[in-house]
Design a protein around this ligand. Sequence first.
Ligand SMILES: Cc1cc2nc3c(=O)[nH]c(=O)nc-3n(C[C@H](O)[C@H](O)[C@H](O)COP(=O)(O)O)c2cc1C
Length: 339
Amino acid sequence: MLKRLNVKIGPLTIAPPLFLAPMAGLTHSALRQLILDFGGVGLLSTEMLSAARLPSENPATSPYLITTEREHPLSYQLLIYSSKHVVGAVAKIKKLGADIIDINLGCGAPKVIKKGGGRALLKRKDELEKIIKEIKEKTELPITAKIRLGERFDINALSKECDFLQSVGLDAIYLHCRLEKEPFCRPPRWNKLPDIKELLDIDIPIIINGGIFGLKEAKEALEITKADGLMIGRGAAIKPWIFKTISDALFSKQATSKGVSDIYLPDVFFRFYGYLEKLFPPERQIGRLKEFTHYFSQNYAFGNRLAMSVQRCKDMNEAKTVAMEFFRKNEKILQVSPA
Ligand SMILES: Cc1cc2nc3c(=O)[nH]c(=O)nc-3n(C[C@H](O)[C@H](O)[C@H](O)COP(=O)(O)O)c2cc1C
């Protein structure tokens, strides 16, 4: 059984060691608050934020930056490709109250790679080192990086990458356990990473990510890798209570799963809907509802009908009507198993 109930990232104690993954269009204030309503999450995250654009974003209206006081600890993920953007970006996220700065070294989108960001930055070691050094000069906030396994499955190469990241002063590594070009539908490879800290010979915390959709995968991933924690992406949009389920079962002193057995899915959906309406400018709401529904609808056997009908909606009111209609017709299959 797991012994450690938390993980230290720099001076911060993250308890339980369960992390929300950064996800563009998904990990905004509405989803973060929904997750907090259930509890069990150790560290929240923003989606990736362009370091170049951050200084001019208005935190009162930018859907990337809107946040509430309860959303802590909160990691801000930077998509950065040049050290010239450090000063403005760091000043802005310090002002916003960031608890951790994360650097995106895993994104493989062609536009990002072309500019030298995401995983292309991991290959530009001098620039990356300069960026980290300058961030450290501007702030004492812990710095983490999110990477993938690499081009090929090569433990030596991965160990060297992690050693480099540790040597330039990073406080933790989030490892998305897929190769660079592997799509998300491919099974993650954490089962090939037994005793990961020893395997990679790394002292700083390693948090693994990929394909955790419930307690079963969480247990397996931790038992095999003995990683310092787990990061969850899509599973958090499908089941915003997933952190609570895992935390109660694996990281609570009295293992219980109280609080997640009776989930009425329409309530969860409309709570998310309510946060969107309350927090975001009207033109920023429907796109985010569509993105969330794409994942959340997977709780239903015929959820693609809900996702498709919300996808066709022009505005929030129309989406409310079609969702209510779907929930009315699917009343019988609402008692899903939460984990
Ligand atoms: C819609 C979507 C958006 C994503 N955006 C980001 C991002 O902004 N930054 C990042 O580092 N990874 C991003 N990812 C990758 C996730 O953080 C995570 O590594 C991936 O989904 C695998 O974890 P999972 O299997 O738990 O979903 C994104 C993934 C998805 C599905």
